[in-house]
Design a protein around this ligand. Structure first.
Ligand code: C5P
Length: 288
């Protein structure tokens, strides 16, 4: 095998709770993660030269060790003493620095792809350990589907697949720094925490309406003051027929859940029109 083509999918958070701060500075999290169909294409090809070469369709995206996909390939080459190199081409469709785990998902795809391409037979457990060295969301991106993520995000419990629904993603045209959002939450008194057990029950009952009524992300309390458009888009999505709406991860992307594609398409027009934003995308819940 000389090359491999993979789909690195985006994720949304159905819930995100912060339950404490750890000694290492990371936060103790409890969140329900869900894969959506939206993906970046990741093409990985063996090359004879002994290095990693990364290319993407976004000319401003770093193609060196600042890119998690590059780092993933380097770490596998080093640890498994691979003499050959790889050429990686990313075709990005997932908005960057958006709370959708695009970079983490590219990284997970490279770990998975290198394992197959070079016949390394790295166990799932070992691959998940390497994934965590690269980022808190990377182990989940290897697993995909509907999952409860705890600890830094790496303690993963698969739950029943979330029922199918249409998802509208809308990203305000600002970058929110993840460390800044987590830092801001430390000085706030979080009064309302997600009902994680309740939403897991709703997922098991296949009840998209109950799920939508329980969407909750404590990081909104920090992000909305930094970017009020997050709150405004949420409101507009609900007024346009979404059955639930939430900010994903540390933002700034907001999503709406729809039970009807016509309403979803109409909401996209409303959001584009009112907020003049480019990244408004129709996708679906994805379960492998
Ligand atoms: O692990 P990763 O590099 O993706 O994390 C990015 C940033 O998100 C961290 O530097 C930290 O500020 C914040 N974070 C956190 N607690 C977590 C995960 C991420 O504070 N469990």
């Amino acid at each position: 095998m000389n090359y491999i083509n993979l789909k690195a999918r985006a994720k949304i958070n159905l819930t995100l709770d912060v339950t404490g701060i750890r000694d290492d500075g990371y936060h103790e999290l409890k969140m329900i993660m869900q894969t959506v169909e939206l993906y970046d294409s990741v093409y990985i090809k063996k090359i004879d030269k002994p290095y990693v070469k990364l290319k993407s369709n976004l000319e401003w995206l770093p193609t060196d060790s600042r890119n998690l996909a590059y780092k993933a390939a380097e770490i596998i080459r080093e640890r498994y003493k691979i003499n050959k190199g790889v050429f990686i081409e990313l075709r990005k469709s997932i908005p960057v620095a958006a709370g959708l785990a695009g970079g983490s998902s590219n990284c997970a795809a490279v770990l998975y792809g290198m394992n197959i391409l070079f016949g390394l037979k790295i166990s799932r457990k070992k691959l998940a350990e390497i994934a965590l060295e690269l980022g808190s969301d990377v182990p989940y991106c290897l697993m995909r589907g509907t999952a409860l993520a705890e600890g830094r995000g790496e303690i993963l419990t698969k739950i029943a697949p979330c029922p199918k629904a249409w998802i509208v993603l809308a990203k305000p045209p600002v970058g929110l720094s993840t460390p800044a959002v987590y830092k801001a939450i430390d000085s706030l008194n979080i009064e309302y925490h997600p009902d994680t057990d309740g939403i897991i029950k709703a997922i098991k009952n296949n009840d998209i309406y109950e799920i939508s009524s329980k969407l909750s992300n404590v990081l909104e309390e920090a992000s909305i003051p930094m970017c009020p458009m997050i709150g405004q888009i949420k409101e507009k999505l609900l007024l346009s027929g979404a059955i639930g709406s939430l900010m994903s991860g540390s933002g700034p992307t907001v999503y709406g859940i729809f039970d009807d594609i016509k309403k979803a398409e109409n909401a996209i027009n409303v959001i584009k029109d009112e907020f003049k934003i480019r990244d408004v995308i129709l996708t679906k819940i994805f379960n492998a």
